[in-house]
Design a protein around this ligand. Sequence first.
Ligand code: 13P
Length: 252
Amino acid sequence: MNKKLVIANWKMNPQTLLEARKLFSTTKNTASRLKKTKVVVAPPFIFISSLAGTKSRLYLGAQNVFWETRGAFTGEISPSMLSEMGVQYVIVGHSERRAIGETDEIVSKKLKTLIREEIIPILCVGESERDNHGHYLSFLSTQIKKSLAGIQKRNIKNIIIAYEPIWAIGKTASDAMDSHKLHETVLYIRKVLSEMYGRDIAKAVSIIYGGSAEPGNVAELMKNGNVMGFLVGHASLDVKGFSEILKIVDKS
Ligand code: 13P
């Protein structure tokens, strides 16, 4: 998994299937011209089956999943339902879901189910604020350790970690994280992974960044931030801007 990776998290957008189709097909065109970058779109569940089907260089993701495989769980979606639709990636533990009750324990259950189903989990972690005493580091460490609780060494390489500091989400490029601070944080995440799984495994895990990734900052974040890609929110809904991001990442 040494290709660069950009994941579009559409969140609860767009509002119609027509718009979703347009956005998907333009993104597909750009993705097909990239050489070194894998592109994933995670639309709302309801659009997935309409966007699936044709073989293309654009991969499908989902924004959530349930941890049980079948049964009486009203309103939930199972991993095998997603697999059947061609979904290969699922975002787990996004801060917007954690804010409405998704705990580290739930995250860990979802990761295990996804691994069993051979779907690649994108585990989101990130602090809500930074302080001068480094408390955010111990927060991050605990969040990573609890979210990965019970995940075995042989499976960890198949999980992508998306570092998304909550304070940088939904803003503009100038409010996003500084690339040198990102670099430090990525090193710290690898240190935590190394304590859990050893250095070689920690080095092999793919880490991407999310939080106001825009055309104006991705080149710098990629160059000095030590990440192999991005989880993009609002900028992935802007056809032109997202194409630009993809081209910049591919060239970086
Ligand atoms: P923005 O790119 O809108 O800041 O969102 C980031 C995010 O939450 C992606 O999952």
